[in-house]
Every structure is written in C-alpha cells, then in structure tokens.
Design a protein around this ligand. Structure first.
Ligand code: NAD
Ligand code: MG
Length: 391
C-alpha cells in the first residue's frame, strides 16, 4: 500500500491521479492533497478521500475552503510554506508532483529531503533545478519516477538494454495545433485556437507550451536529467497521432517504442504502481485501429523553442531557469490577451539573450533569476519597440 500526497490535486494530472487511486483502493491511499486556490474543489476531494492534511498555497482561499469543508476534520495548511510542509508529512511514502510551473521545485526538494518516493509530472522542476534535484535524490537514495508520457515511455524502453548500448532517444511530439498552419498567419492565432490541442486534454499552460513546442523543449531538458544522457543524443520526432509516446534506438539499430492511447492515466498508473503492472481504468489500445502512424522531422523555423532549448542546455548555469520563468510569464501574458502568439518565443529568447548567468546556482540564485526573467518579460512586453530588438 502506498500513501500519497498529491500536489496539484485539482488540476488535470491531479484529477487523473485520483482516478487511479479509485481503481486501486487496495494499493493506493491519499494522505495529503494540495492546490493553489480552487478551494471548493479541494474541499470536495478532502470530503471524499479523507486525507490527514490538505494545503492551499493561496492563503486568501482559506475561508472558501472552511465554508465548503463539510465533515472533513483534517488539518489545513496555507501560504507559501504549505506545499513544502505537506510534501514532508511522515504518513506519506510517495509525493506526486502535479502542480504547474515554477511552483514545483521547492516542494519536490522538500519531499526528497524527507526521503519520499517522487512521482513527477512537473517537468519545470528539472528544467529549473535539475542538478540540485538529481543530486539530492542520489544523496537521499530517493527514486524519481516520471509521469510525463514521453519520459514514462523512454523509462520503459530503456529497460531493454544497458545504458552504454543506448544510441539515441527518439522523443516524440504531436506538433500541436499549428503543425501545418501557414507561418504568416501565426500573429493572428487566438487563445482559443492555441488552447485546442488535437490529442491531449491538459491544463492551460502546458497546452500553450505544446502549441509553441516549448513543452518539447522542456522535455529535452527533463530527459537529460532523468536519464543522465547528453542532449545531442535526444532527437525530437513529430508524430501527429500521439500513439508512440517515445522510443529508444540501441547500438544495434533496434528501435523500441512504447505505444498507447493518448491518455495520461496509463503513465500515471505506471509510476504510482511501479514495478507492478495491473489493469488500468482506460480503453485498451488496439494496434489494428491505427490505420495511420506518421513521423516527420520538426521544422525549427516553426518551432524556435527547440533550437533555443539546445542553446540553453549548452550555456547551462542559470539559463534553463531563465527559459522556464520567461516562458511562464510570457504564456500568462498571452493567455491574458496582452501579447500575440509569436511574441511568446520572442520574449523568452530576449530574456535568454539579456540574462547575466550565475555559475553553479543554489536555490536562492534560481529563485532570483526566475524573478528577474519574469520581470524582464513583463517589462519588455509593455514597450512597443521592445520586440524589434529581440534576436
Ligand atoms: P493544471 O493547470 O491542470 O493543474 C495545476 C495544478 O497545480 C492545480 O491543482 C493548481 O491548483 C496547482 N497549482 C498551480 N499553481 C500553484 C502554485 N503556485 N502553488 C501550488 N499549487 C499550484 O496543470 P496540469 O495540466 O495538470 O499540469 C501539471 C504539471 O504536469 C505541469 O508541470 C505539466 O507540465 C505536467 N504535465 C501535464 C500533463 C497533462 O496531460 N496535463 C502531461 C505531462 C506533464
Ligand atoms: Mg509530455
């Protein structure tokens, strides 16, 4: 029996984690639930799963939680320290990190320091703080099990050979909603169009990141840290149907791929129940139903996030943290209707260009450059001529 704390339980991944808990009540129980501000939904979850502790990062949502808490008698934590605190409660053995964005790395580190097994959906944790997180996990002997579907696939495929026999990782991506849209119409892309992902139902931020392919850029960095592999051994391949979730080519040329319907319940269950495989609460995948599986090389002029990520990996230091924070701020501005779709990447590239790096950053340095990058993006977006000076 695993005892779970779920960080981000009201989100798309969090709700799917709870469906896996429902399917395996003899294997999984909930001891902690945490969210940002959706207090009414958190209260409903608390009433149903009866965790010992719940946490709301947004203190101002406290009253709403109390009004809706019903018979839930557990403890409520609030404020900025609530997530790191719930991530370390002694009753849990596993922490599922399903918050979005830079809210992930502090609680993940707190969970590692407390010796918890980590099931990681929040890729931003490794983009920002990959070196610190992986070092801490090694030091504490803690496992980090990927939930991201591509990394779950790669993890499963890697079991078929030795690390020295891996020739390359084939990281697949659908290409998002704008794979074939004429480039000259990109400035007219609306929020609704960018939020309409062809294959996956996800939270707003990762859906926009999938449209720009910043999500795939982050996933390159995520794979570098999770699998201790050089970025030049990771090839991005477009696969519009999202059936092959990624593949590994071994030294003898054999390519092993993991397949399934585009449904996050499968990789979530794989991480939660690992190393067991049990029936999953989703439609079974049938190969004969796939009339068409296609693959193509990504066009980097359509997806500037990909070469930018490779440059950022090469530059190292605090650059990946800047990439993450600048993107988070730019996506927020796009979702608020303040900038156009192509401006997202222009602003992120601008922040990377003007960043003055700090070598071997600690957590405070990472927080500080994150704040700098988000401020830089918000300030640059206000200047009418700022986008002309971008690389
Ligand atoms: P979402 O927006 O649906 O949910 C985010 C959750 O995080 C919510 O519960 C919200 O309350 C919480 N949260 C947000 N900001 C917070 C803060 N500052 N402090 C505390 N909690 C906060 O997002 P999602 O789509 O479920 O994605 C979650 C993470 O999983 C992201 O890092 C994403 O990249 C990753 N991921 C998602 C999918 C997917 O299919 N949705 C697939 C792979 C990876
Ligand atoms: Mg993914």
């Amino acid at each position: 029996m695993h005892s779970l704390v779920i960080l981000g339980s009201t989100g798309s991944i969090g709700e799917n984690v709870l469906k896996i808990v429902d399917a395996h009540p003899d294997r999984l129980r909930v001891v902690g639930l945490a969210a940002h501000s959706r207090a009414a939904r958190l209260a409903e979850q608390a009433a149903r799963y009866r965790p010992l502790v719940v946490a709301l990062a947004d203190e101002s949502a406290k009253e709403e939680f109390h009004a809706a808490r019903g018979t839930f008698s557990g403890k409520l934590l609030t404020g900025p320290s609530a997530l790191p605190e719930i991530a370390g409660i002694p009753e849990a053995d596993t922490v599922v990190v399903a918050v979005v964005g830079s809210a992930g790395y502090h609680p993940t580190l707190a969970a590692i320091e407390a010796g918890k097994r980590i099931c990681l959906a929040n890729k931003e944790t490794l983009v920002v703080a990959g070196a610190i997180v992986m070092d801490a996990a090694r030091r504490k002997g803690v496992e980090i099990l990927p939930i991201d579907s591509e990394h779950s696939a790669i993890w499963q495929c890697l079991k078929c050979g030795r690390p020295s026999e891996v020739d390359r990782i084939l990281l697949t991506g659908s290409g998002g909603p704008f794979r074939t849209r004429p480039l000259d119409t990109f400035p007219a892309i609306t929020k609704a169009e960018a939020l309409a992902h062809p294959n996956w139902q996800m939270g707003a931020k990762i859906t926009i990141d999938s449209a720009t392919m910043m999500n795939k850029a982050f996933e390159i960095i995520e794979a570098v840290w999770l699998f201790n592999i050089a970025a030049d051994k990771i090839e991005v391949v477009l696969h519009p149907q999202s059936i092959i979730h990624s593949a590994v080519r071994f030294a003898d040329g054999s390519v092993l791929a993991q397949m399934g319907n585009p449904d996050m319940k499968l990789p979530i269950q794989h991480a939660l129940l690992y190393p067991e495989r049990l029936p999953a609460p989703q439609q079974l995948f049938k190969l004969a139903d796939c009339a068409d599986l296609s693959f193509e090389k990504p066009d980097e002029s359509r997806y500037p996030a990909l070469p930018l990520a490779r440059r950022v990996i090469e530059l190292g230091h605090t650059y990946p943290a800047v990439l993450n924070a600048a993107d988070e701020a730019a996506v927020e501005l796009f979702l608020a209707g303040r900038i156009s779709f192509p401006d997202i990447l222009k602003l992120v590239a601008g922040a990377v260009k003007w960043h003055k790096p700090l070598a071997n950053p600690d957590l405070d340095d990472l927080d500080q450059v994150g704040t700098w990058a988000a401020d830089w993006v918000r300030a640059a977006a206000k200047k009418t001529n700022a986008l002309d000076i971008m690389p």
